[in-house]
Design a binder for this molecule. Structure first.
Ligand SMILES: Cc1ncc(COP(=O)(O)O)c(C=O)c1O
Length: 454
């Protein structure tokens, strides 16, 4: 403990951290990140790291974009806060709602703002329930999500999340939420099965669940176009078509959680475009402001929007909203951030430089520890295994991932270990040369860790 600095000790004393082992934290203390520049962040010891995860899959424009600072300052000076309850509004929230609808080419009709992806998904569940109540379908309330899907941490959104650490110790998930298999061919595909047949099996599983629960009780299906926090899972090409056909057949709403995939991550403005998802509801956050300020949006298609609008008239209000819904500073920053994404062609950059990322990582496929390299655009993961041929994971699972995560810091690289899958999701401004540097640092890390394995 005496090795720790004053700021580290003060952190240990009074700061309970999210997603952290609190006992281990008391022993090792935090790494103090002080400033950022482009794709890099610096700690308080002056060490420089490539932020290979864009923070939390979120800093599209890099860590020192002055235009966002200026946009925030301008709005702070003009109107630092005003709410959007009870028929009030302000220009940034109007302009952002309009802009988001435009970006979907009119597929969506309106935006509802929250502060986080978790609140947005919580809001989605309430909206889906409200929608079905509006239509007089009081039984149609269950939501189907996927194992390894990530949708947040509120009581309801953590229930959508299909990861054990988000349920264990919290008495979750809620009974109205059901989960189906994660569409990860490498882990869930059967011997001899094609990707196409696997996708069909996934859609059949969904249909069976809807039928066994009773279609009159199933309201919505939610998924990330490409799963992020569950391990960067790219579904088979036909998966979304097949799953959507099942949803349409039983009048089940399709919700695309684009919190990571929105604003260019996959090389298209939205992941829905890439996979042909015609969602009834879309959820956006993270890259909407490059996480410079907290903001998320729930976008509603006409069908859901008109039913909710009408029902609010009957009930007298839409009794939902946050103090900071559509916060003027956050929405002003989002508008400027989206302008930058468009002006700098960052979506196109993600497509072009993303190919370099994918091919550089795939070049590591022959490494004895590498089981699978997966990803698309500027998001990827390398799954490490104990035995390549049988795909046998390490025992205990996650130990090698944690070692890679830790060791990468010594190579000036921040990645994420998701069990033994190492995730990459760099800022969208990353260049080809920086991608090559990032992968080289990862390869060095992998060598270090391999030599230490028993
Ligand atoms: C797809 C997805 N949905 C929702 C969330 C939750 O967002 P937040 O952490 O802002 O609550 C996340 C966060 O990582 C996410 O990746």
């Amino acid at each position: 403990m005496s090795m720790l600095s004053a700021i580290q000790n003060r952190d240990i004393d009074h700061h309970l951290h999210p997603y952290t082992n609190a006992v281990k934290h008391q022993q090792i203390g935090p790494r103090v990140i002080e400033r950022g520049e482009g794709i890099y962040v610096y700690d308080d010891q002056g060490r420089k790291y490539i932020e290979g995860m864009a923070g939390l899959w979120s800093v599209a424009v890099g860590f020192n974009e002055q235009r966002l600072v200026d946009a925030a300052a301008r709005q702070m000076e003009k109107l630092p806060f005003y709410h959007t309850f009870s028929h009030k509004t302000h220009t940034p929230s109007v302009e952002l709602a309009e802009k988001l609808v435009q970006l979907t080419h009119g597929r969506m009709r309106a935006a509802f703002f929250t502060n986080s992806g978790s609140e947005a998904n919580d809001t989605v569940i309430k909206m889906v329930w409200y929608y079905n109540n509006a239509l007089g379908r009081s039984q149609k309330k269950k939501i189907i999500a996927r194992n390894r899907g990530y949708h947040g941490v509120t009581v309801a959104s953590a229930s959508l999340t299909g990861l054990a650490p988000n349920h264990r110790g919290f008495d979750l998930p809620m009974p109205q939420i059901k989960h189906v298999t994660c569409p990860h061919f490498y882990r869930e595909g059967k011997e001899g099965e094609t990707q196409e047949a696997f996708a069909t099996r996934m859609a059949n599983e969904l249909e069976s669940l809807i039928l066994s629960e009773g279609p009159e009780t199933v309201a919505a299906f939610i998924g990330e176009p490409v799963m992020g926090a569950g391990g960067v899972i790219v579904p088979p090409e036909t998966y979304w078509d097949k799953v959507q056909a099942v949803c349409r057949k039983y009048d089940v709403l399709v919700v695309a959680d684009e919190v990571i995939t929105g604003f260019g991550r996959l090389g298209t403005m939205f992941g829905s475009q890439k996979f042909g998802i015609d969602a009834d509801i879309m959820v956006l956050s993270k890259q909407i402001t490059s996480s410079y300020l907290p903001l998320a949006a729930v976008l509603l298609g006409d069908k859901v929007h008109s039913a909710i609008t009408r029902y609010s008239g009957e009930l007298g209000t839409f009794g939902h909203g946050y103090t900071a819904s559509g916060h003027p500073v956050a929405t002003a920053v989002a508008l400027e951030n989206i302008r930058i994404i468009e002006e700098k062609g960052l979506v196109e950059n993600a497509a072009r430089v993303g190919e370099v990322l994918q091919s550089c990582l795939r070049a590591l496929s022959d490494h004895p520890l590498v089981g699978e390299v997966r990803g698309t655009g500027l998001i990827a993961a390398v799954e490490l295994v104990a035995d390549k041929a049988s795909r046998r994971p390490f025992d205990p699972i996650g130990k090698v991932g944690a070692a890679v995560f830790e060791t990468a810091h010594e190579h000036g690289l921040i990645v994420r270990g998701i069990q033994d899958s190492i995730a990459f999701c760099p800022p969208l401004i990353i260049t080809e040369a920086e991608v090559r540097d990032m992968v080289a640092r990862f390869a060095d890390t992998l060598e270090d860790v391999s030599t230490k394995l028993p």
